[in-house]
Design a protein around this ligand. Structure first.
Ligand code: ZN
Length: 477
């Protein structure tokens, strides 16, 4: 059979194509034809192989799937990889993350974002929402967007806005020097960054009041209004700690998501990180409005926050994507994230049918793309050609009975052979194609050493930290 597309720019053929399309087809052996930045045809390899392609990727023994969308990141934190391990949340913030936040320079943030972006490309990620919050002057915000785009990723820098110190933040001990701009300055800087990187940019800028609980309601409303004006999404942390809604209720006499709903701020353009501690009414409000929620299973476990109500949120209609949430996972690995997304739900519900590998892939691809408002996340004609190709010939995949199970449970970033964004191959044969990885690593190492010294993090460098003492209580007591 002749393909309906006799010519194309790129043909990926011979692999198992996991489309995540409306019928959830897995075509094996399948092929994907790309012209320009779009997918033009998808089908059995035999049907597409006569397509005259400028370039062919032989995907025999491989899987082809939509590129992953990382819906909540803080890329600069990868400069601190390995530090802050095993601390309580309070010293983790006060002795680690806040000193970094108030010390980090533009160049350090830029290279931190770039090494994170390189790792993302190596993990099959094609789109990232980088919630960048230090430093957030205009130059730094744009430098971070440049650093991500140089690697070739798609996405947005969600510029963290704190505004004036609120009563809530002061009462609960948040460091005052995190609040360095007035509300008005926050909006002006964000607006200028958005003007420099309009919504059609490969990496745009979104307003991101840093945390619904601790910044002012006024700033949240202004940020959402700015997003509406400019036609972008907006982003915020919401109810990630058990106390968040409790404090909010005490201060404002309503729960955070109730307030967002009252003010008409929910909807597909609202994307909230975590949303762990939502009550039934809030779950309904998020669901009815099609609000985005970033599920970050590794950080939820790492900082021992809690378990997001995945089943309830998806059943209610929320758009749930997966996020890696910066350095708290130490490693930008979407395969680990998918696996943990499933396992955490299972252990919490004590039910092995609570979630599965297919759901994890949906979250990481089509739901993530919906959350970002991009025309990607499925392999179908007309969609953006954002793709990942994964080698499945290694011993950890053999025998390969089920491609999908192998992707979620057996695959690691080292198995990714190609990452493609808008038809452009940004990673192949073990290297990023658009930046010199060795130079990025060298610069990141040098700048990180400097930052660690300036931020006073030397005590965190101890080579071995004492393991927790055995409990003296009797077993079973
Ligand atoms: Zn976060």
């Amino acid at each position: 059979m002749n393909p309906t597309t006799p010519e194309c720019d790129l043909l990926i053929t011979g692999g198992a194509v996991v489309t995540v399309d409306d019928r959830r087809r897995v075509i094996d052996p399948g092929a994907v034809a790309v012209t320009g930045d779009r997918i033009v045809e998808v089908g059995p390899a035999a049907d597409l192989d006569s397509c005259r392609a400028k370039r062919v990727i032989d995907a025999a023994g491989k899987a082809v799937l939509p590129g992953f969308v990382d819906t909540h990141q803080h890329l600069f934190q990868y400069l601190l990889r390995g530090l802050g391990e095993g601390l309580e949340i309070w010293p983790w913030l006060s002795d680690f993350m806040w000193p970094v936040t108030t010390t980090i320079s533009t160049e350090e943030a830029r290279i931190g974002a770039q090494i994170g972006a390189v790792e993302a490309a190596r993990s099959g990620v094609t789109t990232v929402l980088d919630n960048h919050y230090a430093p957030t002057d205009l130059t730094s915000t744009l430098a971070v967007a440049d650093a991500i785009e140089e690697v070739g990723l798609r996405g947005a820098v969600a510029r963290g806005m704190t505004g004036e110190l609120t009563g809530m933040a002061a009462k609960h001990g948040l460091a005052g020097d995190l609040f360095r701009y007035s509300n008005r300055e926050e909006v002006e800087i964000t607006r200028a960054a958005m003007a420099a990187r309009p919504p059609e940019s490969r990496v745009g800028v979104w307003p991101a009041p840093l945390n619904i609980i601790y910044v002012s309601q006024r700033l949240v409303a202004d940020a959402a209004a700015l997003a509406r004006e400019e036609g972008t999404g907006w982003h915020s942390h919401c109810s990630e700690a058990a106390n968040d809604p409790v404090f909010y209720l005490e201060e404002y006499n309503r729960r955070p998501v109730e307030w967002l709903a009252e003010r008409g701020l929910l909807g597909p353009e609202a994307t909230l990180a975590h949303g762990i501690f939502l009550d039934d009414r809030e779950v309904d409000l998020v669901g009815e409005s099609g609000t985005g929620i970033a599920y970050c299973p590794i950080s939820h476990q790492y900082i021992a926050l809690g378990v997001m109500r995945l089943r309830d949120l998806r059943s209610a209609g929320a758009t749930v994507g997966l996020g890696l949430d910066g350095g708290s996972g130490h490693r930008l690995d979407m395969f680990a994230c998918m696996k943990q997304a499933v396992l955490l739900q299972r252990v919490h519900s004590r039910s092995p049918v609570e979630s599965n590998g297919e759901e994890a892939i949906e979250l990481a691809t089509r739901a993530g793309a919906e959350y970002m408002g991009i025309d990607a996340g499925v392999i179908a004609p007309g969609k953006l050609a954002d793709l990942a190709v994964i080698d499945q010939s290694g011993p950890h995949h053999a025998p390969l009975h089920r491609t999908v199970a192998s992707i979620v449970y057996s695959t690691g970033p080292a198995d990714v052979t190609h990452t493609i964004v808008g038809g452009e191959v940004i990673y192949e044969q073990g290297r990023c194609t658009k930046v010199e990885e060795a130079a990025v690593i060298e610069e990141a190492n040098g700048r990180a050493a400097d930052l660690v010294a300036r931020a006073g993090l030397a005590p965190l460098l101890e080579p071995w930290r004492t393991a927790p003492e055995p409990r003296r209580t009797e077993r079973g007591a």
